[in-house]
Design a protein around this ligand. Sequence first.
Ligand code: NAD
Length: 286
Amino acid sequence: VTAAVLSGMELAAQLRESVSARIAALPVGAPRPVLAVVTATTDEASTWYVRSIASAAAKAGVICTVIDLGQDATPDVISATLSDLSAAQTVSGIIAATPLPGDGKLADYGHLIDPAKDVDGANPLSLGRLAAGLRAFAPATAEAVVRLLEYYQVDLAGRHAVIVGRSTVVGKPAVHLLLDRNATVTVCHSRTRYLPAITRTADVLVAAAGCSGLLTADHIRPGAVIIDVGTNSSPDGGIVGDVDPLAAEVAGAISPVPGGVGPVTTALLLQHVLTAATVSARPLPL
Ligand code: NAD
């Protein structure tokens, strides 16, 4: 038996089309949605990601400004840039690409992004509001996980969802999004003992560890639905997920890498920018 493939391409195309149709329908003279992407790295994967956001934005009619501060940017410069963009009337949404210089973490800067412009949920206020069941922008990748499950009508209520990975950008926000949909949620991480025993109890398994081949057929309950968030470089220069390809013989359905969560993430970012630009009557999100 081979698992059904939960491609993200169709859903991503639908989301992009809806964004571009709504932008095309904006009244003449109305401000266009503007996404500011702050980057300070030459990391290849990050550079590729920023380019793909800029290109998807251009196609959808979202103006995307990439602010490249260079890999030697100091924390002060990064902070000042994010604060200025948060204050700028003309900017609808802001994201900071990772990695950041030195040992800088996104969590060190997220609070500088106005929550109303925090289209990738980097401000701790956004995560807190999400946890409290209030309106907030969720990190686009975590939201892509649940949107993909919903698109394929995977029943979540009362089902056991196991997330492997507890990062602030994927694992933790995914907990709240899955709980909101009435799943019973377990989170595993690098210190979890007996990982296969836990993941084998999952009806829905979200792999977000960033380790290629971490989850093998032995980790998967027959028929389980798997969303593979991992994007790991493979020796042939491509990207692979966290789930071993042989696991597809056990799973009921699995999202591919590439072509699963990734394109949905980018499309959701654009949708968030449009929301940030057009829902100017607060409260949104604060
Ligand atoms: P991270 O390194 O911040 O977090 C990884 C998490 O996995 C940690 O919580 C860690 O405890 C856990 N983990 C690591 N090794 C483990 C192991 N052997 N067993 C169990 N748990 C383990 O990474 P992240 O930013 O959350 O990203 C996770 C993956 O998702 C990466 O491959 C990343 O490239 C990918 N990602 C994809 C998208 C997308 O749009 N497709 C977006 C963001 C991240």
